[in-house]
Design a protein around this ligand. Structure first.
Ligand SMILES: *[C@@H]1O[C@H](CO)[C@@H](O)[C@H](O)[C@H]1NC(C)=O
Ligand SMILES: *[C@@H]1O[C@H](CO)[C@@H](O)[C@H](O)[C@H]1NC(C)=O
Ligand SMILES: *[C@@H]1O[C@H](CO)[C@@H](O)[C@H](O)[C@H]1NC(C)=O
Length: 192
């Protein structure tokens, strides 16, 4: 037996739409449960990104500047208290002249009194191909004298919405004279 269904008339559709919004509105419109598909989220994937980070602390094209320090920072063996703002280029190869894939924008600050250990709070802002305009957010600890440092990726935007993962950082070159460094990054992230 066929069930009698309400006839789908334009009036019915309008009423249905109003009622759906009304049920959301009764909750004050503050929150609702949503299926991932409704947000266009399909299968979660894992991506590996590889690039080089150029921390230029000297010369006319400086990309990392100290913006704050403590009275004891310059006498501390670890530079404890120094806060550095960066807008560091990210490239596909170790050479600064190689393809630009993005920039690392944010702050690193000397947060350890016993070893050189930075608190890193920054965004990787990508410019390459389909990733142009997408970002990954890093919040982690960077003991720069260790061979490999692991930093958590705590989120992202654009193609990297809902991102989570980690980055492995390895110093590629460090110029003791200038303090400039090139760091190799391998980033592994789950995202949609
Ligand atoms: C600084 O940047 C300018 C413009 O891109 C470039 O011509 C110059 O060679 C750079 N200088 C150094 C020391 O890298
Ligand atoms: C610490 O050293 C930096 C870099 O050499 C310098 O700019 C700054 O003035 C010094 N700060 C103090 C408090 O001596
Ligand atoms: C990235 O996007 C910006 C803004 O939409 C655009 O101006 C720029 O040309 C793009 N860069 C690349 C490499 O696609």
């Amino acid at each position: 037996m066929a069930k009698t269904l309400p006839k789908v008339t334009p009036t019915f559709l309008i009423l249905f739409t109003i009622l759906s919004f009304a049920s959301f509105a009764t909750a004050g419109g503050f929150s609702r449960t949503l299926s991932p598909a409704k947000l266009g989220l399909k299968r979660e994937k894992l991506s590996h990104l590889h690039f080089y980070f150029h921390d230029i602390v000297s010369g006319p094209n400086q990309t990392a500047v100290r913006v704050a320090e403590a009275p004891m920072t310059n006498t501390s063996l670890t530079g404890f208290g120094a806060v550095v703002m960066i807008d560091d280029p990210l490239t596909a190869r170790p050479e600064l002249t190689s393809k630009h894939v993005g920039r690392a924008q944010g702050i690193y600050a000397s947060a350890s009194q016993t070893e050189v250990g930075f608190l890193m709070v920054l965004n990787f802002a990508f410019m390459e191909g389909k990733y142009n305009g997408s970002t990954l957010s890093v919040l982690g600890r960077n003991t720069v004298l260790s061979a490999v440092r692991e930093l958590p990726i705590v989120g992202g935007s654009g193609l990297f919405r809902f991102a989570r993962g980690y980055a492995h950082a390895r110093t590629h070159t460090f110029d003791i004279g200038s303090g400039d460094a090139v760091v190799e990054y391998n980033v592994y992230v789950f995202h949609y």
